[in-house]
Ligand binder design. Structure first.
Ligand code: CP
Ligand code: NVA
Length: 307
């Protein structure tokens, strides 16, 4: 049975920490000139039903960097666009490739693919989760702060896919997470309840961004309208206006707080230009780390026999 990466809650704290450690080690080795060839002769398919710059390119670069091959399919290129059942596609694809990386809408789509796939399925973003992104974010925090345990991490903005995956990470990795979200835009209640029942430290949702970032070591934000929510964009701009991460909000955080944004960023909406481009921002390292964490994920999940 293949093991899949669908949501962070499917993994223990030590398993997540081991993946991040492996990525940090591979990054260090790559910079020292080591050429990893863990997946020579192996192939993955990227099936993307939503746009992507970073996730697509970093998965492709990671797989080529490991000596493997990539087949990229957008939704309009496949029979999914003509309603071929997922369970049929999953079983066929697994006969051609060694892993499936999928970006799509409903979490139930990746869950169903995984149920029928003989090869690992990796969630590259759904409406509910963005687990690979949060792994590279955690790696970036460790590089900057040296640890995750006992840090105070704040999320400011929409209780979206990113927020849900951060909540699951908090339940496994021993940091305090406070999310500031407007009323009606809180994270998924079931994910929150399950995470709280397992977490060692508090996971709290508040309304006031200043309360969430008070003394925080790490501040996170993301777009106010995610992919698929374009029709709500104008309304969301009004609702989320008090949730901008700017210099004034940053002044409430710890003096050495860092700022994360998974990108793409909308300057002067969820984050000010000065904060995004300023000395506290680690977004470019965070974006680079996607490639290193994807190498670690592919090497770990595709370990074992080839097709
Ligand atoms: N952060 C992220 O997932 O970016 P892309 O949408 O460009 O892949
Ligand atoms: N929440 C955003 C993340 C983009 C990487 C979205 O789903 O569009």
């Amino acid at each position: 049975m293949a093991r899949h990466l669908l949501a962070l809650s499917d993994f223990s704290g030590p398993e997540l920490a081991a993946l991040i450690d492996r990525a940090i080690k591979m990054k260090r080795e790559s910079r020292a000139g080591v050429r990893h060839r863990d997946l020579a002769g192996r192939t993955i398919a990227l099936v993307f039903e939503k746009p992507s710059t970073r996730t697509r390119v970093s998965f492709e670069a990671a797989m080529y960097g490991l000596g493997g091959q990539v087949i990229y399919l957008s939704s309009r290129d496949t029979q999914l666009a003509r309603n071929e059942p997922l369970k049929d596609m999953a079983r066929v694809m697994a006969r051609y490739v060694d892993g499936l990386v999928i970006r799509t809408f409903g979490q139930e789509i990746v869950d169903e693919l995984a149920r029928y796939s003989q090869v690992p399925v990796i969630n590259a973003l759904t409406d509910l989760h963005h687990p690979c992104q949060i792994l590279s974010d955690l790696m970036t925090v460790i590089e900057s702060k040296g640890r995750l345990e006992q840090l105070k991490i704040a999320w400011v903005g929409d209780g979206n896919n990113m927020a849900n995956s951060w909540i699951q990470a908090a339940s496994r990795l021993g940091f305090t997470l406070t999310l500031a979200c407007p009323e009606g835009y809180e994270p998924d209640p079931q994910i929150l309840a399950a995470a709280r029942s397992e977490a060692e430290r508090p996971i709290t949702v508040v309304r006031d961004p200043a309360q969430a970032v008070a003394d925080a070591d790490v501040i996170n934000t993301d777009v106010w309208a995610s992919m698929g929510q374009e029709a709500e964009q104008l309304h969301r701009l009004q609702v989320f206006r008090p949730y901008q991460v700017n210099e004034r909000l940053l002044a409430e955080a710890a003096p050495d707080a860092i700022v994360l944004h998974c990108l793409p960023a909308h300057r002067e909406e969820e984050i000010s230009e000065t904060v995004l481009e300023g000395p506290r921002s680690v977004v470019w390292d965070q974006a680079e780390n996607k490639m290193h964490i994807h190498k670690a994920i592919l090497a770990a999940f595709l370990a074992g026999g080839s097709q």
